[in-house]
Write a protein that binds this ligand. Structure first.
Ligand code: 4GO
Length: 240
């Protein structure tokens, strides 16, 4: 997977080079190319923004510099994403489908945004990371890169994707490690038993329980087994 990021603040992405995503880049599982939109300014003061036509506060990023930055990285199969509160909210299904693309170009706005004409000309899709306003699209772009990269071969081991929250539509079961007694709190006995079938069953039940307690709406569109349904019925009975 190739990511090209069009931004006025490429240094903001330094934190992305840490940990798993940094290692994935070193291993060439993904490539992250930062493009400074300012490098495409043609005036001697390197201006990239100007006052909004019609008046109002703030500055708007000029369409021509964004277009030139885009043209420097575009490819036949590239999908261009603009990070914006106007976009559809990112979800795990969307993350999974984006991971099948070969080239993503992420456009990050700042200030009051980008001239609409270049957005209309180059952007395939607007994506938001949630219903709130940020000072720029950089953090949303990092969220997208992090979540999508987890699905690229060679970034994680397979099990961590299969077991995690959302991958089966449920939230993840609780995890424990040493010590087996922490401030008087014991690790659930079944996890020390070595009985793999009982552990699998316990984890499934905990996933159902934590989803029911914290995000019950997630249970609505799931294909649950009869055993799952029976367990949930018992939970609800107990709550009465
Ligand atoms: C994206 C961009 C919020 C999001 C943004 C979001 N705010 N919720 N701000 O994903 C253009 C100028 C948009 C600032 C940018």
């Amino acid at each position: 997977m190739k990511f090209d990021i069009l931004t006025l603040f490429p240094e903001m992405f330094n934190s992305l080079k840490e940990s798993i995503i940094g290692r994935a880049e070193k291993n060439k599982a993904i490539s992250i190319n930062l493009v400074n939109i300012r490098d495409f300014s043609t005036d001697k003061h390197k201006h990239v923004d100007d006052m909004p036509y019609g008046g109002g506060a703030g500055m708007v990023i000029k369409p021509d510099v964004v277009y030139d930055a885009f043209n420097s990285v575009k490819s036949e199969n590239a999908k261009v994403i603009y990070l914006s509160p106007k976009g559809k909210t990112l979800c795990q299904d969307k993350v999974e489908s984006l991971a099948k693309e070969e080239h993503l170009i992420l456009l990050c706005g700042h200030y009051e945004g980008i001239d609409q004409r270049v957005i209309d000309k180059i952007v395939d899709e607007e994506i938001s990371i949630g219903d709130y306003v940020l000072t720029g699209g950089e953090i949303p772009a990092m969220v997208l890169i992090d979540s999508v990269s987890r699905y690229i071969d060679g970034v994680l081991n397979k099990e961590s994707i299969e077991d995690e929250s959302f991958s089966n539509g449920l939230l993840e079961y609780p995890q424990y490690t040493k010590p087996d007694n922490f401030e008087g709190e014991k690790v659930p006995e079944v996890l020390l038993s070595g009985h793999h079938e009982n552990i699998r069953k316990w984890r499934r039940q905990k996933s159902l329980e934590v989803t029911y307690m914290k995000r019950p709406e997630l249970l609505e569109n799931l294909n649950l087994t009869n055993e799952d349904k029976k367990y949930l019925e018992n939970l609800k009975e107990g709550g009465k």
